[in-house]
Structures are given as C-alpha cells and as structure tokens.
Design a protein around this ligand. Structure first.
Ligand code: ZN
Length: 125
C-alpha cells in the first residue's frame, strides 16, 4: 500500500520518490537533491516550515501530557520539572529534526505527488 511505503521511506530517512537516496548527510544537514534519482527535496522556498507542525506538535504534546502528570502526581518537584521540561524541549526537538522533515516530505509526496515515484504502484493521474 502506497501510504505505508512512503511512511517506511520517511522513517528510514530516504527519498520519498525512489526510496534509495539518503535525505541527510549530517544530523541537521540535508542533501539538496536525492543522490540516487536527483529530485530536488525542497519544492519551494519555505517548504520545510511544514515540518515544524510535526516537530513542535509532537514535542508540545509530550510535554503537555507529561508535565501535569509528573507535577500533580507528586513525582517531581516544580523547579526540577520546569528545568527538565525546558531541556527536554530543546534536546528532543533536535533529536527528531530529521524525522520531522522526512515525514513532512513523505506526507507531501502522499498528498501532492510529484512525477517519478518508483516502486509504490502509483499510476499517473
Ligand atoms: Zn530519490
């Protein structure tokens, strides 16, 4: 099924079109184009701003659930919890940065397909 193929490619940090080329050459540095099929990853200026929905959304969801549970459950005092939450927000956002961008690329390919998709069974419109 095409959705799961694109999701698998995104989680493996691979090109959504060919599934072979790596998206990143470093933790925070992307290739401009796929090393395998040559597709340009950034479709338009500001394209990756959409990945913030994933990164910020997941980070804030975790903190919004964990903070009150830990605080009102009496597991952690307020000041260490606040400091820990701030550290978590910064570190976790950096840790999931590649997957946030990759999932955004995959989502974009799923909802607004570009020509050249290989191996997903997609037929031309
Ligand atoms: Zn590719």
């Amino acid at each position: 099924m095409r959705f799961f193929i694109l999701l698998r490619r995104a989680l493996r940090l691979r090109c959504p079109l060919c599934g072979q080329g790596k998206l990143f050459r470093g933790w925070l540095t992307m290739h401009r184009e796929c090393p395998n099929c040559g597709v340009k990853f950034e479709r338009e200026p500001g394209f990756f701003l959409g990945s913030i929905y994933i990164n910020y959304g997941l980070t804030s969801l975790i903190v919004a659930i964990a903070y009150p549970v830990l605080l009102f459950g009496g597991f952690v005092a307020e000041t260490p919890l606040l400091i820990g939450s701030l550290v978590f927000v910064v570190v976790f956002s950096l840790l999931i940065f590649p997957w946030a961008r990759s999932l955004w690329l995959g989502f974009d390919q799923w909802r607004d397909p570009r020509e050249g998709e290989i191996g997903t069974g997609r037929t031309k419109d």
